[in-house]
Design a protein around this ligand. Structure first.
Ligand SMILES: *Cc1c(COP(=O)(O)O)cnc(C)c1O
Length: 366
């Protein structure tokens, strides 16, 4: 059987190690997963009740346009309903964008290193990824604008960037948009938007109202704690939403996901609690890393990328034996870094104790 040329040699996505697998393989009963930037506080209690109400309707297809969620989310964000499109996770929207706008001979500009799904989807369409190195973990927007040419269809920006957690500001984005020609779409992936506290972080929804080139990606998988349901969305110009709708699977955002997202959206107290706890957790981890003289990238997200000064795979394995799953930087292009998701306070302490043991650092004192 012959596959299409574009997918030959394409890597298969490597997820964080699943909790169940680690328990099974290492015979551990207590394992904490700080590898996939999932919400350590779970999700809003509203979600469970909403799901129970939905149980009468399991035999029915969902409404493809997600009208109830669309209307409340539009009001929550202050955008027109026709600017929204939903996906089976924002992952699927990345796929839909690539499918709609890319073809062979075209190019896409993205950071090196960033979220790997942009490159994969670009390659599947037979289009060419052009990767522009980060500077100290931060998008080099000037060099990315330089990399744009007449073949460029999309620039993919990840803000805050996964895996470094760093961000670029509103003024940097404005300067970039001024330099990028009209024919280029600019996708800004804001999967960690709700965790951001920086005051000069871009207001992309406001920018998108006057700039039809902007597509903003957000998700219910991170701060809303609904990763299992697979639901994300994009805010874009209505004409772009119309084009994306042509390739969208008719029932891509499923009934339970729509209902869960609506319930989660209504509990902004939970979101606020998670944002505050995350800020505190980050601070606690950073202070300890500073005491040990370890460097890290300043994070606006719910994870931290830190330099262990050793082989990241060895540190990963050492932490794993102690029942702590993090992400090894080696697979992400940082051979001495690990990426750790900020957990609940006791999980953060357990991580720091484990790290102290693995790096022979003086014990962690809370
Ligand atoms: C987690 C993540 C996503 C994927 O989110 P889903 O909505 O679960 O598909 C997209 N972009 C970035 C940068 C992420 O970290």
């Amino acid at each position: 059987m012959k596959t299409k040329a574009a997918i030959r040699g394409l890597p298969v996505y490597q997820p964080g190690k699943p909790l169940e697998e680690v328990k099974r393989e290492l015979g551990l009963s207590q394992v904490i997963k700080l590898a996939s930037n999932e919400n350590p506080f779970g999700s809003s209690k509203n979600v469970w009740n909403a799901l129970l109400e939905e149980r009468e309707s399991l035999a029915l297809y969902p409404e493809g346009q997600a009208p109830a969620l669309r209307s409340e989310l539009a009001a929550h964000l202050g955008v027109a309903e026709e600017r929204l499109i939903f996906g089976n996770g924002s992952d699927e929207i990345i796929q839909m964008i690539a499918r709609t706008f890319l073809e062979p001979e075209s190019e896409s500009v993205m950071a090196d290193i960033t979220f790997p799904r942009y490159e994969t989807q670009v390659r599947i369409e037979g289009s060419r990824p052009v990767a522009v190195p980060l500077i100290n973990g931060v998008h080099d927007l000037e060099a990315m604008a330089d990399a744009v040419n007449e073949r460029t269809r999309i620039v993919w920006l990840c803000n805050p960037n996964n895996p470094t957690g760093t961000y670029f500001s509103e003024s940097e984005l404005r300067r970039f948009l001024n330099r990028v020609p009209e024919h280029v779409l600019v996708v800004v992936d804001e999967a960690y938007y709700e965790y951001v506290t920086a005051e000069d972080y871009p207001d992309t929804l406001a920018l998108a109202k006057t700039d039809p080139r902007l597509i903003v990606l957000r998700t219910f998988s991170k701060i809303y704690g609904l990763a299992a349901f697979r639901i994300g969305y994009a805010v874009a110009h209505p004409s772009i939403v119309t084009e994306l709708d042509r390739v969208r699977e008719p029932f891509n955002a499923n009934r339970l996901a729509q209902r869960a997202a609506l319930a989660a959206l209504r509990d902004q107290d939970f979101v606020q609690h998670c944002r505050d706890a995350n800020r505190q957790g980050l601070k606690e981890i950073e202070i300890q890393l500073d005491r040990w003289g370890l460097s890290w990238f300043p994070s606006q997200s719910n994870f931290l990328m830190l330099d262990t000064g050793r082989s990241s795979d060895e540190v990963f394995q050492c932490l794993l034996k102690r029942g702590i799953i993090v992400r090894s930087g080696s697979a992400l292009g940082y051979p001495t870094h690990i990426r750790v998701t900020v957990g609940r306070p006791e999980q953060n302490r357990q991580f720091l104790e484990g790290l102290a043991a693995c790096l022979d650092k003086p014990g962690f004192i809370a």
